[in-house]
Design a protein around this ligand. Sequence first.
Ligand SMILES: NC(=O)c1ccc[n+]([C@@H]2O[C@H](COP(=O)([O-])OP(=O)(O)OC[C@H]3O[C@@H](n4cnc5c(N)ncnc54)[C@H](OP(=O)(O)O)[C@@H]3O)[C@@H](O)[C@H]2O)c1
Length: 204
Amino acid sequence: MLTLVVAAAALNNGIGVNNDLPWRLPTDLAYFNNVTRTTTSTTAINACIMGRRTWLSIPRRFRPLDNRYNIVITRDTHLLDKELPPNSIALPSIASALAHIEQINSGQVPLDGGLLRIDKVFVCGGRAIYEEAMGMPGSVRILFTSVHYDGAGRCDTFFPPIDQAVFVPQTHASLEKLVGFPVPAGVQTENGIGFEFLLFEKQT
Ligand SMILES: NC(=O)c1ccc[n+]([C@@H]2O[C@H](COP(=O)([O-])OP(=O)(O)OC[C@H]3O[C@@H](n4cnc5c(N)ncnc54)[C@H](OP(=O)(O)O)[C@@H]3O)[C@@H](O)[C@H]2O)c1
């Protein structure tokens, strides 16, 4: 099952500007890290699938995302050859990423000498990657931080519209059960910006 993780402007679904985040929300970044690092087993790590521009938008000192298996989607599958970051791979499509995860979990491609398997699979942007994942068969969930951001008009990258007849809003209790830790409910405020942690799930 795929889980998208995104912080988007409530006004227009803006997610980025100049290949960066439009806002500074440390609490949301900590939430992203906590969500994507938390596994259901000590012998597994989660996978984070992201587009090339999202990968490059992560400051060098923070990439690869630690304690996660980083999959960068790009037509340039030699992208990582110079740096060879640990627990990271460049692949040409989401389908090839999912096939690769299957190979790891079936032992065909050993991770950490075959000691590790992939637990949860997160889709971490950007736009085209989110859109393709939302249209995939089977259950798809969206961990959506709704950001009440005044500067939404400056955004140049947008999350696809969410049809709530398809992606149905879930309760806060369901969100906490999914992520596996307590999450503040309702609108939070940081740096003068309000934001709320939400969950949507595609009904199959
Ligand atoms: N607010 C949030 O939660 C959030 C999350 C993620 C990103 N962002 C923001 O979003 C922006 C980056 O997103 P983006 O949409 O511009 O770029 P992106 O999706 O991260 O990267 C685009 C690149 O990914 C590769 N790609 C995408 N779809 C592909 C496909 N079907 N097959 C093969 N390769 C594919 C291509 O790489 P090649 O050109 O190398 O082939 C494409 O140029 C930044 O501003 C970032 O800060 C925000």
